[in-house]
Design a protein around this ligand. Structure first.
Ligand SMILES: C[S@@+](CC[C@H](N)C(=O)[O-])C[C@H]1O[C@@H](n2cnc3c(N)ncnc32)[C@H](O)[C@@H]1O
Length: 846
């Protein structure tokens, strides 16, 4: 018997809401499923430096490179994440039993229109959604500038680059492994794009590191609006170099501050213990920059760091010095007592007329060459009447209560931020504490402004931007980082900040708490005190909870590998100089070791050699059984994508004898490319997906080779579509993920199954062939108090806990389908590697 659902008292439920930005738009960039129509070539963009700035930092390669070019490439949309839809499936009052008329399905007309619209790349605008992009920051920023016309649109850029040039400590090799050590083979990240980022930017040590940073800062500057700011987070190891570079790119006059913020309680050292890192803050144009002053609460006991607040006025009006115990907080001050400090009532500068003032029967005069700060005599009289004057020796002093201004402006030392986050809650080895980025964001942006972080990591900037109603774009070369950030955003909950002008949406701003700023002048002039806005304390709407708004997951297409040395003039920045040499090495290895299949079987070769005159097919081979084969290698540092598969297939048509196998060998497969290989049926031809062991590309970075198999076959992910035959969900479907092929390095065999290696999988129950829009998302490896578990605890009654528990498994919730549709399942393993399975579904599809 199915469990009966409890009756829900809907009046007790909070409303789950999101912030969206209907008034903003974004360029219509291609979805990955339509990438083949994205054929307009764009020239490389050239950026130049002013070589005549002085004085400046010098490093190897700087003088020679006064300009550089960047490949102009489209960014493709791979996933469209709508957290409200994913959560709706597990809400107590939601669409967990979706019907065919529900939100789940688009009509055929809608879909056709969407396809037509989608194909007009860059021709029109779409509604704004936030963006998580996989790929190199330089190419992504260039694409934003050149293809999407986004110069001057970003209000704040946050950059948290690797602090230095050590390899391992900068990157995380597995989704759930956070204790990463430099120079340890097993901690070496083996994502192709990461190896590339490393080789491009750190291989020449500090020299390539500085060029890397300078190039990115230059493009970031182009993207910034005239009122915008950039923040660069860096440790003491390189802060001096990075500041010089920022001076060069942004101009010394645009330097705002070098902030020191605390990250730890300190480390044991022979000398001084380092407790924090730096943030360099520059404006695009200091004269026009946007700035909101932030405040910290005034310490109610000390008042300020100098300990000036050391008196109390008791409820009966009596005034006295606080005792040492009261000041140290060991003893409470009496009820109704108010803490105060005293301040000077005179300023320097002579006066023309004498100005004696009588207070409590005694006449007081300012000292020689001084005058009263308040106006004379009425201001002084008002202060006396307000009981704000006290006689101290021969002088009069002003009484300033701590509550006159209960906050103090923040300065460049942030010693309380980051402290709560020390390392306990970290999802990513190099994660920044959100409160640090929050301060930067609140100082320099308003709700609705656009924030860019080109070093996403676990997505802290995007998370903070989402929390504070700022639009965001973030990118990272690491798929592991992208996976972590995606999960963090998808499962986040936030307070709902009250909108100041609901009709104007988030951009109308929030309702903020204010504090009075009572001053000697305001009392003396009988003026109401000024109100200071606390930009970090918006009013919260209690009956609402907020989740992340919709965002897209995007990626750069993989660059095409140059097949033969000096073969042609394909744009070069992506190619490894000695691609042909590498490919020849791989071919030798292929001949020597063959391709391992599941169950230990091997495809062996009698001949493997270079193929001349083709670009995408680099090798020709013959199996032991005399079957001819051709080989397409993906780049060493990029995944194999659909373009390459299509081009290789075209080239293959002219090869004689007709190949029996076409081997697609890659360190990483773009999920759509893997699907294309799986789905392509060609008479007399077998398409093989062959995974290359990352040892082949990281041998020089490792101390010892694992000595295991270099090539193995990857099958399709093992996904079952099950029609439910009985019970309340009869007629609906569910999906079961049984695993995917995984090479066990220790045992040296290809294993199937391995659901324990699945970090995330997502199900689109109505796949449109363009990009995935998951309706259900699963994190099988998730621990307690993370992701869905945390969200369920926060949302409590709004969530059906039995249903959300399923989001930790490998079997989906029941779902309805429409005829002639497709479902798509994307699986992401713990190394961030993705595979995609598309299954036709519905009566006509069988
Ligand atoms: C120090 S981490 C950022 C951590 C982040 N602040 C957080 O809170 O999680 C630096 C990130 O920059 C990424 N990265 C390094 N080089 C890159 C490049 N060329 N393009 C994009 N991302 C890059 C790394 O993969 C890494 O995730």
């Amino acid at each position: 018997m199915p469990k009966k659902k409890p009756v829900i008292d809907t009046s007790k439920l909070s409303q789950i809401d999101t912030y969206t930005y209907p008034e903003y738009d974004r360029a219509n960039i291609p979805p990955v499923g339509m990438a083949q129509y994205d054929t307009v070539a764009s020239p490389e963009a050239r950026y130049a430096y002013d070589p005549h700035i002085d004085p400046s930092l010098q490093w190897a390669g700087k003088k020679e490179g006064t300009s550089f070019t960047v490949l102009t490439s489209s960014i493709h949309i791979h996933e469209s994440i709508k957290p409200h839809k994913i959560i709706r499936s597990v809400q107590t009052i939601g669409d967990n039993y979706q019907d065919e008329q529900g939100w789940l399905f688009e009509s055929d007309i809608e879909r056709a229109r969407k396809r037509n619209d989608a194909i007009e790349f860059y021709q029109h605008k779409n509604k704004w959604t936030n963006r998580l992009v996989a790929g190199d920051s330089l190419v992504i920023m260039n694409s934003m500038l050149e293809k999407e016309g986004m110069a001057g649109q970003v209000q704040m850029v946050y950059i948290d680059p690797p602090y230095g040039i050590k390899y391992g400590s900068n990157f995380q090799p597995f989704v759930n492994k956070r204790d990463v050590k430099d120079k340890k083979d097993e901690d070496l990240n083996t994502e192709p794009e990461m190896i590339k980022a490393f080789r491009d930017t750190w291989e020449l040590g500090i020299h390539s590191y500085l060029t890397y940073l300078r190039d990115r800062l230059l493009l970031a500057r182009e993207l910034l609006s005239d009122t915008g700011s950039v923040f660069v987070q860096i440790s003491d190891e390189n802060v001096h170099h990075v500041r010089e570079i920022c001076d060069e790119v942004f101009g010394k006059t645009n330097f705002n501050a070098m902030i020191y913020y605390r990250t730890t309680g300190g480390f044991e050292t022979n000398t001084l213990s380092r407790i924090g890192d730096f943030i360099l803050w520059y404006a695009k144009n200091r004269k026009n920059q946007k700035y909101h002053q932030l405040y910290e609460p005034r310490d109610s006991l000390k008042g300020d760091e100098h300990g000036n607040y050391r008196f109390v006025q008791l409820s009966n009006g009596e005034r006295r010095t606080m005792s040492a115990e009261e000041r140290e907080g060991k003893k409470n001050i009496p009820d109704g007592a108010k803490i105060y400090r005293i301040g000077d009532m005179t300023s320097q500068g002579p006066i023309s007329d004498p100005s004696p003032f009588e207070f409590n029967g005694v006449i007081y005069n300012p000292q020689l060459n001084n005058h009263w700060k308040p106006n004379y005599p009425h201001g002084l009289e008002r202060l006396a009447k307000a009981n704000r004057i006290i006689a101290v020796g021969k002088n009069l002093q002003y009484v300033r209560f701590i509550d006159d201004f209960p906050v103090i402006p923040i300065n460049t030392a942030w010693l309380k931020t980051g402290v709560s986050g020390f390392s306990s809650n970290k999802q990513y080895v190099v994660q920044t504490s959100p409160d640090v980025i929050q301060r930067c964001l609140l100082m320099t942006t308003d709700p609705g402004d656009l924030v860019l972080d080109i070093t996403c990591g676990s997505g802290t900037t995007a998370y903070v931007a989402e929390q504070w109603g700022r639009r965001w774009i973030t990118c990272d070369t690491s798929r592991i980082a992208i996976t972590l950030a995606k999960k963090r955003l998808m499962t986040a909950t936030f307070d709902y900040y009250k909108l100041a002008h609901p009709d104007n949406g988030v951009s109308g701003g929030f309702v903020y708490k204010t504090v009075p700023h009572v001053t000697l002048k305001s009392i003396a002039n009988n003026e109401p005190p000024q109100q200071e806005t606390l930009y970090d304390q918006p009013e919260i709407e209690k009956k609402k909870v907020r989740i992340s708004g919709p965002f897209t997951v995007e990626a750069l297409p993989s660059p095409v590998v140059k097949p033969l040395e000096n073969a042609d003039t394909y744009p070069t920045p992506f190619f490894y100089e000695n691609a042909a040499k590498k490919q020849s090495d791989w071919m030798q290895e292929l001949k020597a070791t063959g391709i391992l299949g599941r169950g230990g079987e091997k495809i062996q070769f009698t001949r493997v050699e270079a193929l001349e005159g083709t670009k995408f097919l680099q090798g020709i081979a013959e199996t032991k059984e005399n079957h001819p084969a051709v080989i397409c290698f993906a780049g060493e540092t990029s995944p194999l994508d659909t373009r390459m598969v299509n081009q290789a297939m075209t080239e293959m048509e002219n090869i004689r004898p007709k190949p029996a196998y076409i081997i697609f060998a890659a360190f990483q497969f773009d999920p759509s490319a893997a699907k294309l290989i799986d789905d392509t049926k060609w008479p007399g031809l077998t398409l093989l997906k062959v995974q290359m062991n990352t040892d082949l590309m990281t041998a020089d970075l490792k101390k010892k080779s694992s000595g295991s198999q270099s090539f193995w076959l990857v099958g399709q992910p093992d996904v079952e579509l099950i029609k439910i035959e009985k019970g309340e969900n009869k007629g609906k479907y569910k999906v079961k993920v049984n695993g995917f092929d995984y090479y066990d390095v220790k045992k040296g065999i290809v294993e199937s199954g391995g659901t324990e290696k699945i970090a995330m999988w997502m199900l689109d129950t109505d796949y449109d062939g363009m990009s995935i829009e998951p309706k259900q998302v699963f994190f099988p490896m998730e621990g307690k108090n993370e992701g869905w578990d945390k969200l369920a605890k926060t949302l409590k009654a709004e969530i059906d806990h039995d249903l959300i528990e399923k989001y930790h498994g490998t079997e989906s919730l029941p779902f309805a389908v429409k005829d002639n549709t497709y479902i798509a399942v994307k699986i992401v393993d713990d190394r961030g590697i993705e595979c995609l399975k598309v299954i036709p579904v519905g009566d006509s599809n069988g």
